[in-house]
Design a protein around this ligand. Structure first.
Ligand SMILES: NC(=O)N[C@@H](CC(=O)O)C(=O)O
Ligand SMILES: [Zn+2]
Ligand SMILES: [Zn+2]
Length: 428
């Protein structure tokens, strides 16, 4: 007995056409895709004409477990992912303890098997404890199932250590995923360095703190042959560096967050830095930087969207701007925000946006996901493009309420998500 999805439209990611096709799911896989499927022996769900998309992949999330369960757990973070249409998320190792050993990687897989609502692929740390001093057992981490190595949350300051990490990762065919931040340039900054930080008298983080490190790591990737993936790109010069590296044929890829595509530092200017829900790292920058990120997404310099879902408690975010932690939640609202702000406004066609959530991340990280053809894993989401909903705290499945998009009305919400043949979210 399987499950037949009836009365849906399948989006063709090559042409953008919407095809009236039915899907039969048996076990974990797609058994049939056809104009009409005999549902006599199966359960059926009527999709009311809504759009069927491959399940989304988010290669940058913070699930906070182990150690920071007040912010998020694997259970709540993956429930949020499912509500957002995601079927695969890659989780960052800046937990407590840091995911820097094979045992801790196995812990994430076991916890996900018990409580998860999507596939979770952990990253392992580059350095022990993310302290930037000593490399982890990268081969051991790979054997335990990491999909890449990263010290996300902090930049690896030592160039010789990074070079050694890249050499090892290249030999193991593991991506090196970088949080690019020169701590010396970033100092104790809490927002973008520029006219707004000057007016408010707050310490700034210059775009240079990001781009200078990206330049270093592109050169190290060339030197070592490693695949370099640049996290949460936010600055115009950074986008140009990645564009140039790609044009030279280097294995350099990158991601951008919805907030860096949609916001500028005006959100901090307007509120006089009174609300730490506007505080994130890398910081929200200028209109020039925002437009460079958008252009990078459109021309393929930026491969994918990633949320950098980074939940914190309300207590932490009520602290003064300078001392509150950096980070926004994003899993549940990423697709509706970008559908509303980029597709509805004509910046890019729907199927191009969907690729940035599906086939592109799958290709970059060599995952057999992102396609809805017979024999593939049944990872999909059904999206209602028409119904408008306001982003409110009550509806969120994440524990975090830290988003600058609270109160915004958007459309393009998932109404059904299926991961490995199992319904993981069903809503209105
Ligand atoms: N993005 C953030 O502002 N915060 C992240 C760390 C990170 O992604 O660098 C976090 O772990 O809270
Ligand atoms: Zn980061
Ligand atoms: Zn992050």
């Amino acid at each position: 007995m399987g499950l037949v999805l009836k009365n849906g439209r399948l989006l063709n990611l090559e042409t953008g056409e919407r095809e009236a096709l039915e899907i039969l799911i048996v076990g974990e896989s797609i058994a049939e895709v056809a104009e009409q499927i005999d549902a006599a022996d199966h359960e059926t769900i009527d999709l009311n004409g809504n759009l069927i998309l491959p399940g989304f992949l988010d290669m940058h999330v913070h699930l906070r477990q182990p150690g920071f369960e007040a912010k998020e757990t694997i259970e709540t973070g993956t429930a949020a992912a499912a509500r957002g249409g995601f079927t695969t998320v890659a989780c960052m190792p800046n937990t407590r303890p840091v995911l820097d050993s094979p045992e801790l990687i196995r812990y994430v897989y076991e916890k996900t098997a018990q409580e998860g609502s999507c596939t979770v692929l952990p990253y392992g740390a580059i350095t022990k404890g993310e302290l930037g001093e000593e490399l982890t057992d990268i081969a051991g981490l790979k054997a335990a199932g990491v999909i890449g190595i990263t010290d996300d949350g902090v930049g690896v300051q030592s160039s010789s250590l990074m070079r050694e990490a890249m050499r090892t990762a290249a030999a193991l065919d593991l991506p090196v995923v970088i949080h690019s931040e020169d701590e010396d340039l970033a100092k104790d900054g809490c927002m973008n360095e520029g006219v707004v930080s000057k007016r408010l008298g707050l310490p700034g983080i210059p775009g240079l703190a990001e781009s200078a490190m990206i330049a270093r790591d592109i050169l190290l990737a060339e030197d070592t042959g490693a695949h370099l993936h640049v996290c949460h790109i936010s600055d115009a010069a950074s986008v140009e560096l990645v564009r140039h590296a790609k044009s030279r044929g280097l294995k350099v890829t990158t991601e951008v967050t919805p907030h860096h595509l949609l916001l500028t530092e005006a959100i901090i200017d307007q509120t006089d830095a009174s609300d730490a829900n506007m505080k994130v790292n890398p910081p929200i920058r200028t209109e020039k930087d925002r437009l460079a990120c958008l252009q990078g997404l459109l021309d393929g310099t930026i491969d994918m969207v990633a949320t950098d879902h980074a939940p914190h408690t309300e207590e932490e975010k009520q602290r003064p701007f300078q001392t509150a932690p950096f980070g926004f939640v994003g899993l549940e609202i990423a697709f509706p925000l970008l559908y509303t702000e980029l597709v509805q406004t004509g910046h890019l066609p729907l199927h191009e946006l969907v690729k940035k959530f599906t086939v592109n991340p799958a290709q970059v990280f060599k995952l057999d996901r992102g396609s809805l053809t017979v024999g593939k894993v049944a990872d999909l989401t059904v999206v209602d493009l028409d119904t408008e909903r306001t982003i409110t705290g009550e509806e969120l499945k994440t524990k975090g309420r830290n988003t600058p998009f609270m109160g915004k009305t958007v459309q393009g919400w998932s109404v059904l998500t299926i991961n490995q043949g199992r319904i993981t979210y069903q809503g209105k």
